[in-house]
Structure formats: C-alpha cells, structure tokens
Design a protein around this ligand. Structure first.
Ligand SMILES: NC(=O)c1ccc[n+]([C@@H]2O[C@H](COP(=O)([O-])OP(=O)(O)OC[C@H]3O[C@@H](n4cnc5c(N)ncnc54)[C@H](O)[C@@H]3O)[C@@H](O)[C@H]2O)c1
Length: 241
C-alpha cells in the first residue's frame, strides 16, 4: 500500500466472486452489487437462477463433498468466496438427523468450500466471506441447529483467518440482521415473532438484502486488507440494543 494521503481503495473490479446459495435473496444481492462494481459473480445453488440472469450458474449442493471438489476443479480463478447457502427448519431441528443436516449446510459446508477453494484463493491472495446471523449471538429455541451452526461460524472464521494467513487469504464474516428473504419469511409472517424482533430492533423494520452488500464489497476490497478474523453485525443495531 502506498504511503501518503491516497484515498482508500474500495475497488473489486476484475475479481471473480463465487457465491454459494447464490440464487437466494442475499446471494443474488451480493452478485448484483459485485457485478455493478466490475467484478464477475459465479452463482452456485441447489436451485437455478431466474431465466435471463446474466451470471454464470453452477448447480451445487454444498453437502456433497465430491460435487464441491468437482466444481473447484472446474473453476480456474477465484478471488472471493462467499458461503451464503442456508436453510432452517422451524420446530424440527431438535431431531438429530435434521440437526446434522442443517449444520452440514451452514458449517461443514462452509469448511468444505473453504478447503476446496483455498488453493485458488492462495493464488490470488483472495478472501473468504462467511455468513453468520443474529443467532451467532444468542439462542433459538425453535432452530437449535441453525443457531449452533451460526455461532460456530464466528469461531470457524477466526480459525480459518489464522490458518490461511500464511497463504495471504483473509477470512471474515457478516452477521446479517433481519433481512427480507425466503429463509426469514415464516418468522416475518408470524405476528408474535415479528413483534418480538421489532421491539428490540432500533431501525424498527425488516431490511433488504441489498443493505448488506456494501459490507461484502468492502471486505473483499484492498481497503479491508487489515480486517481479518472478524464477524461484522450488519443489523441496524440489533446486537447493540
Ligand atoms: N434473511 C435473513 O434474515 C438472514 C439473517 C441472518 C443470516 N442469514 C443467512 O444468509 C444466508 C443467505 O440466506 P438468504 O436470506 O438469502 O435466504 P434464501 O432462502 O433466500 O437463500 C438461501 C439459499 O441457499 C440455498 N441452499 C439451501 N440449501 C443448500 C444446499 N444444500 N446447497 C446449496 N445451496 C443451498 C437455497 O436454495 C437458497 O437459494 C444464509 O446463510 C442465511 O442463514 C439470513
């Protein structure tokens, strides 16, 4: 980095950004934001993007080791990996097999992708962005697997930041607040749950996925070169309140 009074470099132009869960609400908002900044998103997901989506799409189940390795072999260059795939199943996560499946998607899936793409990121001195949640900070009676995995993402982010530093790879996470997407739909539509969230939330509104994108772009940019191993709540002040 040049000394002096140069403006911070927030540029991500030319970077290739692979997004798991990329056709979901937050994944697609990230893809659009990175593309608008001159980067090239690659979407991976269980479900294909809508017709006409202008980005490369690779089908992927993040629970499938062989499929993750096969995708890594197909991708030539990667600067930014974002693990956005996610699912929750209200009331059912106390069943051990459901618990294991949800943890597999969020946590083991994160590790699986990180391991498969570490060599790519090492070549570009790239970065990994993981996705936590408000449930990284407190418990959730209805979705214990989701909350356990999201809490563990904070620890995994620190561990991988330390482990990958020798390759020049930075690892951080975003903990989104209450965002209007499919995964949160049932909670939003349930008056008692909605009221409880709004009572604590300083901004008093559900947020749009686009409101997270600036933080993702920042974390991927040279301006964040010293930011490593942290989970940043982007939550309208919920954790603080
Ligand atoms: N929306 C919120 O309020 C909120 C808050 C905190 C954290 N998050 C997290 O943000 C991330 C993105 O969620 P979203 O809000 O965009 O929800 P979403 O439901 O719109 O997107 C999730 C995407 O993950 C995909 N997916 C599920 N299982 C998968 C698998 N096994 N392999 C590959 N893809 C799979 C789904 O097909 C979907 O496209 C998730 O990790 C979620 O837990 C969301």
């Amino acid at each position: 980095m040049a000394a002096g009074n140069a403006a911070p470099d927030f540029s991500v132009a030319g970077k290739v950004v692979l997004i798991s869960g990329g056709t979901g609400g937050i994944g697609m908002a990230f893809a659009n934001a990175f593309a608008a900044c001159g980067a090239t998103p690659i979407l991976t997901d269980l479900k294909p993007p809508p017709e006409g989506t202008p980005f490369r799409y690779e089908p992927l189940d993040v629970r499938d080791d062989a499929a993750v390795r096969a995708l890594a072999a197909k991708i030539e260059r990667l600067d930014v990996l974002i693990h956005c795939a996610g699912r929750l199943i209200r009331h059912e996560e106390h069943q051990p097999e459901v618990f294991a499946d949800i943890v597999n998607i969020h946590l083991t899936g994160n590790m699986r992708l990180a391991t498969a793409f570490r060599p790519h990121l090492a070549r570009t001195k790239g970065c990994l962005i993981n996705i936590g949640s408000m449930y990284s900070y407190f418990g959730a009676a209805m979705i214990p697997a989701y909350a356990a995995a999201k809490t563990a993402i904070v620890g995994l982010t620190k561990s991988l930041a330390v482990a990958y530093a020798e390759d020049g790879i930075r690892v951080n996470a975003i903990a989104p607040g209450w965002i209007r997407t499919e995964i949160s739909r049932r909670g939003r539509e349930e008056p008692a749950f909605n009221e409880k969230v709004m009572a604590r939330l300083p901004t008093k509104r559900w947020s749009e996925p686009e409101e997270l994108a600036g933080t993702a772009v920042f974390l991927a940019s040279p301006a964040a070169q010293l930011v490593n191993g942290v989970t940043i709540p982007v939550d309208g002040g919920y954790v603080a309140s």
